[in-house]
Design a protein around this ligand. Structure first.
Ligand SMILES: *Cc1c(COP(=O)(O)O)cnc(C)c1O
Length: 410
């Protein structure tokens, strides 16, 4: 059994996929070929935003957004403590400080009440300027944007939606029409890493926004800070484009995703939940929300039970993964450069740990709110287990996984 069966997906899409890839190769337009712009238009339409700009990966997409906003040293950016490293790494890379916020036990997403507390704490301390919130749509479920937006507005902060896992998820508020993931942030991003809800055959990413000014800045930043033309460079940027071949792959994948894959993962999740609901804590999807099921993640009693179950599944040839084994605030990369609010951090001198020049060392001097906090995120890291999940899971496979879990837990 595969955790995410991309080979099976390729077998199903093969005819269209081979044609799309070979057309791109035969065309000779390997960088910024017409498929890139076509895909951007399709993605913008699917998500329901004005601008989509593709780039080299989901991490660069976040970086491009922070650059467009001019986030840098002295800025605090609030990030959930339970996420993939990138969500916070990009903040430190810009020289700003990620401040970690706890998550909800049931949705795994940012807790707006703890966000409010964290912002107050940073303001009281007075060292950093709160600027933005990275809201992550973890495991495919959109974060609670109603609550997060209320806090953002209260303090005048920008929302960067990290939709790397959320693409395809949606919210249908009772009073309005469906809104899709990657439309909830002031800027939103996604990743096309192969295992994400929509993945290419390599690395890829995209940035979404309704704001014309930020879109044109991002267009510049992604190609070496270009100005009027390619060899007119007006700012320091990146080389972060999506390859034409990957855009061609994604056009085929996006169609399959919209036509039936998103429905298929939702059907698989429902099946899991109906078989497992009585024996283990299954994922909670709040009313009006729809997940794109980047992961189907159950919660166990404690670490012993989780690790035992994972070993049992492994012995039966059933793959499972721990997303994530460590909360952000305990990651070594942040701890080494952290300063506690009391000023007693391990590294509160301005040390150039990499022996590089000042501007680089600045980037790595990012500090984190390294308190004994975020108890929910910390506890989840001991108890979560993600099960095989993809659009091509069969009923038989789902039953095999569930029977193995039920056997172990009874
Ligand atoms: C995968 C992921 C990213 C980074 O995407 P890449 O394309 O791998 O750079 C960022 N944030 C989250 C939450 C992710 O899951």
């Amino acid at each position: 059994m595969e955790f995410r069966d991309l080979k099976q997906q390729y077998r199903v899409l093969r005819e269209d996929m081979d044609r799309a890839i070979l057309d791109a190769v035969a065309s000779g337009a390997y960088i910024m070929g017409p498929q890139v712009r076509e895909l951007e238009n399709q993605l913008a339409e699917y998500v329901g935003v004005k601008h989509c700009l593709t780039c080299a990966n989901g991490t660069d997409a976040l970086t491009l957004a922070l650059k467009a906003w001019g986030i840098g040293p002295e800025d605090a950016v609030f990030v959930p403590d339970f996420t993939f490293f990138s969500s916070a790494e990009v903040v430190s890379l810009e020289g700003a400080t990620p401040v970690f916020v706890d998550v909800h036990e049931e949705t795994f997403n940012m807790d707006a009440e703890d966000l409010d507390r964290a912002i107050k704490q940073v303001l009281a301390e007075g060292r950093l300027q709160p600027r933005a919130i990275v809201a992550v749509d973890l495991f495919g479920l959109p974060a609670d944007y109603k609550a997060i937006r209320a806090v953002a507005d209260k303090y005048g902060l920008l929302i960067l939606e990290d939709g790397a896992q959320g693409f395809g998820g949606s919210v249908i508020p009772s009073e309005a029409k469906e809104s899709r993931a990657c439309s909830f942030g002031d800027i939103s991003t996604t990743s096309f890493f192969p295992a994400k809800p929509v993945g290419c055959y390599g690395d890829g990413g995209a940035v979404f926004t309704d704001n014309d000014e930020w879109a044109s800045l991002i267009e510049s930043y992604r190609v070496h800070g270009k100005g009027q033309f390619k060899y007119d460079n007006v700012r320091i940027g990146l080389n972060s484009r999506l390859d034409t071949v990957q855009a061609a792959v994604l056009q085929v994948k996006l169609k399959a995703f919209a036509d039936y894959e998103l429905d298929a993962v939702n059907a698989a999740a429902e099946r899991y939940t109906s078989l497992l609901g009585d024996v283990v804590a299954t994922p909670v999807i709040p009313d009006g929300y729809r997940s794109s099921w980047a992961q189907y993640t159950i919660r166990l009693k404690d670490r012993t039970q989780r690790d035992g179950l994972q070993a049992h599944l492994k012995s039966l040839g059933i793959p499972s993964m721990v997303y994530y084994p460590k909360p952000m605030h305990l990651q070594t990369a942040f701890a080494d450069f952290s300063t506690r609010p009391s000023g007693l951090g391990r590294n509160d001198k301005e040390v150039d740990c990499l022996g590089r020049n000042d501007s680089v060392s600045l980037s790595f001097r990012a500090k984190s709110r390294n308190l004994d906090h975020c108890p929910v995120a910390t506890s989840l890291c001991d108890r979560v287990l993600s099960l095989p999940m993809h659009p091509y899971l069969t009923e038989e496979q789902i039953q095999t996984v569930c029977n193995a879990i039920i056997d172990y837990l009874r």
